[in-house]
Ligand binder design. Structure first.
Ligand code: PLP
Length: 450
């Protein structure tokens, strides 16, 4: 077994399976986890990581797994990315915290300036920083309610917005996110999502019908004048990488604009080049009033942001927003390293290229294996939905089986979907082509063996 002393891109970019997965050392650690951590904190693949970088994750037994997960769309620039690591290393020696609300520092402002510049729309914007995606969404709703003086929030089927009281209420799926955690926050209303694969009258009518149903329900059941915000993921992430049928998002955005409703795009999973655009809203030219970001923003350091129209954001009174750790200086330096990397290394283009490699291979796989009912996604945010052949009946069992077999072969990937029947692929944008190819080869083999 080769010794590895560093993470980051200097890790050998190879798949290497030297024990069963998980191996003996990971199993020992898993036993300790089970004794120390409650089972509510689940584990997709119980290998304990010692190093990660480029397109691989290395475990305590010396296995090197191909990474098709990026820690859930977080390490898009690669784990221990050199620009991120260098900036954080310097910052940790200078100072680690002052609380931006007590005594500020430049890097926080620089991150906000950058987000104001690169998020969709050339209107005047403001940004503030928090610690997690949930906190960003929750704060976006606070701003929208404050600015509009209205209570209601509209969300969609298959939505995922986080695990705090308000954001778990915004989230669609009961198990595991909401079950027995109620009562939930009031004034949250759920509308149909334009899910092309599952729309009852077929994909062609999906956008117009779904938008009409949502708008009608808003008008009849809530009253548009009572709605503070519409919150939507431009591609539903945890819900199964559902791209709303083209036209659905623009229609909703137009309705919001006409009715003084704040259109909040939750780009926590889709942001920062993941979909082959810097932000997924750009694909249909949507200009949201507020954008929430997190995951890919800072290479794994905890950071999230709320970016919105200046005239909305400036409404909130002094001291009405914030938090002790929000915009921690280490996380801000990391974000600046991420933004530099996306730009200098052409990662938007790279995400498109990854999509152009993955999608055709997966479509060919679906042609051979009717258990794959749908192949979808953009850029490096790609998924397959598994069904009982010839139907649209979700097949979660086969999905789980494919996941387990792929993991045993050294491919780390994730599931998603309201019905648990979606395999999603989120490789780091810096993954080398040969690992992308090998990972797809493993999927082909696993489907062939089923
Ligand atoms: C992950 C996610 C969140 C929640 O982010 P956390 O950092 O886990 O709180 C919110 N919205 C979307 C779209 C997400 O994918």
């Amino acid at each position: 077994m080769s010794t590895i002393t560093q993470g980051g891109p200097s890790l050998p970019q190879e798949r290497r399976v030297v024990t069963e997965i998980p191996g003996p050392r990971s199993r020992e650690l898993l036993a300790r986890k089970q004794a120390a951590v409650p089972p509510g904190i689940g584990t997709t693949l119980p290998v304990f990581v010692t190093h990660a970088g480029g397109g691989v994750v290395v475990d305590a037994d010396g296995n090197s797994l191909i990474d098709f997960g990026s820690g859930i769309a977080v390490t898009s620039v690669g784990n221990a990315n050199p620009r991120v690591a260098e900036r954080v290393r310097k910052q940790v020696g200078d100072f680690t915290h002052t609380c931006f609300m007590v005594t500020p520092y430049e890097s926080y402002v620089e991150v906000c300036e950058a987000l104001n510049r690169i998020t969709p729309g050339d209107h005047e914007k403001r940004t503030f920083l928090v610690n997690s995606g949930a906190e960003a969404v929750e704060n976006a709703v606070k701003v929208a309610r404050h600015a509009t003086g209205r209570p209601a929030v509209v969300v969609f089927d298959h939505a995922y917005h986080g695990r705090t009281l308000l954001t778990m209420t915004l989230t669609a799926k009961n198990m595991p996110y909401k079950h027995r955690f109620g009562p939930f926050a009031p004034e949250v209303y759920r509308m149909p999502l334009a899910y092309p694969f599952r729309w009852p009258t077929g994909p062609d009518n999906c956008a117009a019908e779904a938008a009409a149903q949502a708008i009608d329900a808003i008008n009849k059941q809530i009253g548009a004048e009572n709605v503070a915000a519409v919150v939507i993921e431009p591609i539903a992430g945890e819900g199964g990488f559902i791209e709303p049928a083209p036209g659905f998002l623009p229609r909703l955005a137009e309705f919001c604009k006409a009715n003084g409703i704040v259109f909040i795009a939750d780009e926590v999973q889709t942001g920062f080049a993941r979909t082959g655009d810097l932000f997924a809203c750009e694909h249909e030219g949507i200009v949201p009033d507020i954008v929430t970001t997190a995951k890919g923003i800072a290479g794994g350091l905890p950071l999230a942001a709320v970016t919105g129209r200046a005239e909305l954001m400036d409404q909130v009174h002094v001291g009405g927003l914030g938090g002790t750790y929000g915009g921690n200086p280490l996380a801000c330096e990391a974000a600046l390293g991420v933004l530099e990397t996306i730009e200098n290394d052409g990662l938007v283009e790279r995400a498109r290229r990854i999509g152009s490699i993955m999608l055709p291979r997966l479509r060919a796989l679906a042609d051979r294996h009717p258990v794959i009912g749908d192949v979808r996604g953009r850029g490096a945010m790609v998924a397959i939905e598994l069904v009982e052949p010839g139907t649209k009946e979700p097949d979660a069992a086969t999905t789980g089986e494919v996941l387990r077999r792929a993991q045993a072969e050294g491919l780390l990937t994730l599931t998603a979907g309201t019905y648990g029947n979606v395999l999603r692929f989120l490789p780091p944008l810096v993954i080398p082509d040969h690992l992308l190819d090998e990972g797809l080869g493993i999927l082909e083999k696993v489907f062939g063996d089923l």
